[in-house]
Design a protein. Structure first.
Length: 295
């Protein structure tokens, strides 16, 4: 089973090497390649997850197209035969896991929308009855649906963890008008994605978006509603008050929690069954959302 960990076959300036994505500079545009690398607790593992990159890229491509009438995006093409600068010669390696995209002026914030009580929101709620400083009804359980989707932005950290910030702090960071633009766009995109997912038997519990501008137009960029940026739960198994069955790397996280790893580098080696099960979870999410098998 082949995987793609590195993209050094691309002989162009490397703009960004993220935990999962490698981004190359094409002048006024970029090539984004999604590798099969996986991270958990901010540590990248040596092992790769088969087809993970294709799943993430293909799900993003699907959502970018599905929501373009709500908010435009940065995609030029996902067909390697159309890529410039001789990149079409790498079509076999790039197909399914890459996008040719426009450059955008990105906002320095992660735009998180929460529809259900889980993760860091659950921790804050248990401690103070709030989420991002917003008072919530008492008596909510883990996994409960929130009264309405909640916009809870965070900073974008190059290293380490992002830090949750309030709406007023976001306004201080980027200005009130742009903060409201990001909030409105985030809520609209979440609602569209959640409604679609529900039809497919999935609950979109929460997600994060990244926005920028191109010639003043607000666009969504990077990735969108993937198992890496979102929590998708199985509707048929949904029961508040306990952890939910999810289609993301939660399976990997739970396995790691069962070990004595201290969540610092270096990461432990992943057993073959954990690698394959994680791969299956990603591919299942793609099939459920798109109605297609991964090519």
């Amino acid at each position: 089973m082949t995987t793609q960990r590195n993209t050094d076959y691309i002989d162009l300036p490397l703009l960004i090497k993220g935990k999962v994505r490698d981004v190359y500079d094409l002048g006024d545009s970029m090539l984004m390649i999604v590798t099969d690398r996986i991270s958990a607790f901010d540590v990248v593992f040596e092992e790769c997850i088969p087809d993970k990159g294709k799943v993430l890229n293909s799900i993003s491509a699907f959502w970018f197209d599905y929501t373009k009438a709500i908010v435009n995006n940065h995609v030029i093409s996902t067909d390697p035969s159309e890529y410039p600068m001789g990149l079409d010669k790498h079509a076999d390696k790039l197909r399914g896991r890459s996008m040719w995209v426009k450059k955008a002026k990105m906002f320095p914030a992660e735009c998180i929308v929460r529809g259900y009580l889980e993760g860091s929101a659950l921790k804050e709620y248990k401690a103070s009855g709030t989420i991002n400083g917003v008072e919530m009804p008492s008596g909510l359980r883990q996994g409960d649906r929130l009264p309405e989707p909640l916009f809870s932005p965070s900073t974008k950290a190059d290293e380490g963890h992002d830090i949750n910030i309030t709406m007023s702090e976001l306004e201080d960071l980027i200005g009130k008008e742009d903060a409201n633009r990001l909030k409105d766009a985030s809520i609209s995109l979440y609602q569209a994605g959640a409604a679609y997912a529900l039809e497919k038997g999935l609950i979109l519990a929460d997600t994060k978006f990244e926005f920028g501008t191109i010639n003043g137009e607000l666009i969504i960029a990077d990735e969108m509603l993937t198992p890496d940026s979102s929590r998708f739960w199985d509707l048929s198994d949904y029961e508040p008050g306990r952890p939910q069955k999810s289609f993301d790397k939660q399976y990997l996280r739970e396995w790691l929690e069962s070990t004595d790893w201290d969540k610092t580098y270096p990461a432990p080696s992943l057993p073959e069954d954990v690698i394959l099960k994680t791969s299956e979870k990603y591919k299942e999410a793609y099939s459920l959302l798109t109605g297609k098998a991964l090519q």
